[in-house]
Ligand binder design. Structure first.
Ligand code: G6P
Length: 468
């Protein structure tokens, strides 16, 4: 396929494409669902857009494909690159460092070399397809060197960067042996967006202390190619979900029927507690299990009146901290099941599986109490999905104050997940919250989530980028 120059190029580690291989060796491509794709779809179609990303398997590539007006351009990664750039530097160095060092980050020079080399592959692929004077929008911590690399290759394009995860305070970021290179990589952009103003503030103080560059309000004076200074803008752009689609899904009679069926399958308990997360140590799954276990042990919650459902979707399972977490969570789940369940009345249902969106919507509708207890999270879209699904205006959301979502969802029951007694009190409060109070809180939460959806987020970022 000959590539037409694209006015807007989105660059992210993963390509939003479902690739399936049939038994006869044929490969077929489908658009993968997801908020980011849905939000950018209209603007990408309008502008004849392109998406650059990794197709998700080692040594796998294909000719660029166009599906419904969007061209997907694969970046091929070898097994070694996946081990060093993706599992290593992205997910065993940057991910823990940017999430409050919940687990210790590992610093390896060869991982950093691979990160730099792979970032360059992404930058070249994006630079090759962008139209003259076009826009390149780079996403997330896996690709922080791409903005400066693209600026070298294509000084004519406008460059945006959005960080989906937190940006750490200077005291932690300063550990990174390649801290200056990362900051200068990001400063290749014209606009750098973060989830919370706290993240943007952390970034600017890192820039001041570690590069010596001057910041003024939201702007940073960065070196321009050929001397002089260029202005880089930084700010908070809290991401959201495709709220109207989630709301519509939850209104479907088939989803509502499935939700009632789930309740019956769980034995019609008085209260269903629900958690759904990628199996990641940032999500505080062990903290919520500990609180639940103690409440059962003390008899303050009783099976079969109460049941917990925990879905943990498989994630990064070649990284050792994720393997250790899985062992820990599954040991605790086994103990809770063994100590507090009886035949036909388990205390906890645990699924290490992904669920389709219809099943998720039904589960959200069935969940009397939603547990979001992340120790650190850039935003947390599960909290927003729960709210958008509660078309009945009921349910109680327990939300960690260490999530970006907590800045917006002030009517949730906010918790510090490290404080197990506080978490237990919040769970008891949520399980006994009267319906009028549930409705009052949920109404305010829904107003916020339905108004600030992902397309409002994308438009505000792209508007600010165009004006920068
Ligand atoms: C977080 C990151 C994303 C990442 C996702 C799934 O939300 O911000 O960039 O794609 O986790 O993780 P994975 O490593 O499977 O892509």
């Amino acid at each position: 396929m000959t590539l037409n120059p694209a006015e807007l190029v989105v660059v992210s580690n993963r390509l939003p494409l479902d690739v399936t291989f049939s038994d006869d060796g044929k490969v077929s491509y489908g658009r993968s669902p997801g908020g980011l794709v849905a939000a950018l779809d209209p603007v990408l179609r309008q502008s004849g857009g392109a998406w650059v990303g990794w197709p998700g398997a080692p040594d796998f590539s294909f000719e660029p494909v166009e599906l419904d007006g969007l061209t997907s351009i694969p970046v091929q990664l070898s097994g070694d690159e996946i081990a060093e750039y993706y599992e290593g530097f992205s997910n065993a160095t940057l991910w823990p460092l940017y999430h409050d060092v919940i687990t210790p980050p590992e610093y390896h020079r060869e991982w950093h070399e691979a990160y730099r080399a792979v970032n360059y592959k992404f930058a070249v692929a994006a630079a090759n397809v962008a139209a003259p004077g076009g826009t390149i929008w780079v996403h997330d911590y896996q690709l922080q060197l791409v903005p400066a690399m693209v600026r070298e290759l294509r000084p004519d394009v406008r460059i945006g960067f959005f960080n989906h995860i937190p940006f750490p305070p200077e005291a932690l970021f300063a550990q990174l042996p390649w801290r200056r290179e990362i900051l200068m990589g990001l400063l290749g952009a014209d606009l750098i967006g973060f989830q919370r103003s706290q993240d943007a503030g952390n970034f600017r103080s890192c820039v001041r202390r570690l590069t010596g560059l001057t910041t003024r309000g939201h702007s940073i004076l960065a070196p321009a190619p050929g001397g002089g200074r260029r202005e880089v803008i930084s700010g908070a752009f809290p991401i959201s979900i495709d709220s109207a689609s989630v709301d519509a899904l939850a209104r479907r009679p088939s989803v509502q029927a499935r939700s009632r069926a789930i309740r019956a399958e769980l034995g019609n308990p008085d209260r269903i507690l629900f958690g759904v997360d990628r199996l990641d140590y940032t999500k505080g799954i062990s903290h919520r299990l500990k609180a639940y276990e103690e409440l059962l042990r003390e008899g303050r919650l009783k099976v079969p009146g109460v049941v917990m459902v925990q879905i943990a979707s498989p994630s990064r399972d070649n990284v050792s901290a994720y393997q250790a977490l899985r062992d820990d969570v599954e040991t605790t789940v086994g103990r809770i099941a063994g100590d507090f369940g009886s035949l036909g009345s388990p205390a906890i249902h645990y699924l290490h599986q992904n669920q389709p969106p219809e099943e998720m919507a039904a589960l959200y509708l069935a969940a009397d109490v939603m547990l979001v207890t992340a120790l650190r999270d850039g935003m947390n879209l599960v909290a927003k999905e729960y709210v958008a699904s509660r078309v009945d205006g009921r349910g109680a959301l327990i939300l960690s104050e260490f999530t970006g979502a907590a800045d917006e969802l002030r009517q949730a029951i906010l918790v510090n997940p490290h404080d197990i007694d506080g978490l237990k009190a919040a769970i008891l409060r949520a399980t006994t919250l009267e319906v009028p109070r549930q409705r009052r809180r949920m109404q305010a939460l829904r107003r916020r989530v339905l108004e600030h959806d992902v397309s409002a987020w994308a438009s505000s970022f792209l508007r600010a980028l165009a004006a920068s």
